[in-house]
Design a protein around this ligand. Structure first.
Ligand code: SF4
Length: 95
């Protein structure tokens, strides 16, 4: 192998190893802390108990209402008790 080919092979090996390490380090973030079966934590979705710009969980397709309109319900994406007045970055308006 020539000196140039050896340097290229060495560089390719380094890049492959680096990509593998980066993917391994990022994997826990990609599947962040599911607390109920398949759901994501409130923190990961920046959930809060107040609406944002008129957007609230009660108007989101993922919201599952509680016993009445003001009671906490649940969400098919975010784990835990969800306020109908809450909001998170996964908000998707009902059509
Ligand atoms: S996805 Fe977010 S905005 Fe929609 S109901 Fe769940 S917590 Fe609320």
């Amino acid at each position: 192998m020539t000196g140039r080919n050896e340097r290229l092979a060495s560089r390719r090996g380094f890049l492959r190893r680096s990509a593998g390490l980066a993917l391994g380090a990022a994997a826990p973030l990609l599947w962040s802390t599911p607390s109920e079966a398949g759901k994501v934590s409130k923190a990961a979705m920046a959930y809060r108990d107040s609406p944002q710009n008129g957007r609230a969980c009660s108007g989101c397709v993922y919201f599952q209402p509680g016993a009445n309109a003001s009671a906490a319900g649940s969400c098919s994406v975010v784990a835990g008790s969800i306020s109908p007045h809450g909001y998170c970055i996964a908000f998707a308006p009902k059509v």
